[in-house]
Design a protein around this ligand. Structure first.
Ligand SMILES: [Zn+2]
Length: 332
């Protein structure tokens, strides 16, 4: 079963988390494979999306925030877009869309950054928005300052965390057809810094944290973390990973988050939301579709659910409030 484990290093300004998605990740892949139009992901896209999914769970687990963390990449190449959404209660969904064939063994640059146009966006979308409130969003290139493309998602996110959020971070990510897994090690933020984890972080005692990148304890633990091989991450259980890497450190682990309190596949789509989208298209566009076919059909990219609206449903969507005959139900 999918599991997330958070941990701290006793007395040190360093925290970590390990995630191992099994059933949740397999469900993402199963739903895609059963989509007869799009079909299963090519292996390089499967790996990339799995790594992004593990990373998004790890990032969501490190912040205290009520809403969705959305991690997405878009750019130029056969992969057009990959999106992962993790709610604060760890419900997960993910999808990717392709525009052309993918070479086996293709890395990030070949997939989505062929001309340096690729971008990674991290968005915090609050569950309850204040009027006029914009979601928090950070956007970075998929290459470093010198224009050198990053080979892997972990490098993009480490770079983002260090440079945009001032959080020293080590990430190890790996995914195959069965497992999407990741390890995150992060130096606790210095008080008052404005960043993803700057508010309400678990670290109370951050006085001892010194200048970014110059913390001996963090550097030692970061080095240990970076020795973790992707193969180990895919095959070993969480306890074994932590024991192998940090047996000389005082690791304090929190209770495992699994089952209904752990990372799990769930889609937030609904008939009401699709109705709202159709309302957004406008009555003319909806009527034009219905003049050519019986239903307006909308499929959810994340879970494969098909929503159908016939002419009667559409009339309800565009009916002014209060104009419906008694006993009929408005599609809101
Ligand atoms: Zn859905």
């Amino acid at each position: 079963m999918s599991e997330l484990r958070k941990f701290l290093f006793d007395g040190l300004p360093v925290r970590g988390a390990v995630v191992r998605l099994t059933d949740a990740w397999q469900e993402v892949l199963r739903r895609r494979a059963s989509n007869t139009t799009a079909g299963a992901y090519p292996v390089p896209v499967q790996s990339l999306l799995g790594e992004m999914t593990a990373a998004a769970v790890l990032m969501q687990s490190g912040i205290q925030f009520d809403g969705a963390l959305v991690l997405q990449i878009f750019g130029d190449g056969p992969l057009k877009l990959a999106v992962v959404e993790v709610q604060s209660d760890l419900r997960v969904r993910a999808t990717a869309s392709l525009t052309g064939p993918v070479e086996s063994g293709a890395l990030l640059a070949e997939l989505i950054d062929q001309n340096g146009q690729g971008r990674c966006a991290i968005t915090l979308d609050p569950a309850r928005k204040q009027p006029g409130q914009q979601p928090y969003q950070g956007v970075v290139a998929l290459s470093d300052g010198e224009g050198q493309s990053f080979g892997r998602m972990a490098e993009v996110l480490q770079h983002y965390m260090r440079h945009s959020e001032q959080l020293d971070t080590v990430l190890v990510l790996a995914a195959d057809a069965q497992v999407a897994a990741g390890l995150l090690i992060q130096r606790l933020p210095v008080k008052g810094e404005a960043n993803l984890a700057g508010q309400g972080s678990e670290g109370e005692d951050t006085e001892q944290a010194d200048t970014q990148g110059h913390n001996e304890d963090f550097n030692r633990i970061a080095h240990l973390a970076s020795t973790l091989k992707r193969e180990e991450l895919l095959t070993l259980d969480i306890d074994t990973v932590l024991r192998r890497l940090f047996w000389e450190e005082g690791v304090l682990t929190f209770a495992p988050l699994t089952g209904e309190s752990g990372p799990r596949f769930a889609c937030t789509c609904s008939r009401e939301r699709v109705a709202q989208m159709i309302r957004g298209l406008g009555v003319a566009e909806a009527e034009s579709i219905l003049s050519e076919r019986e239903n307006i059909e909308v499929g959810c990219e994340f879970c494969g659910q098909q929503y159908r609206f016939d002419a009667v449903d559409a009339a309800q969507i565009f009916a002014p409030p209060g104009s419906l005959p008694p006993g009929s139900q408005s599609v809101q």
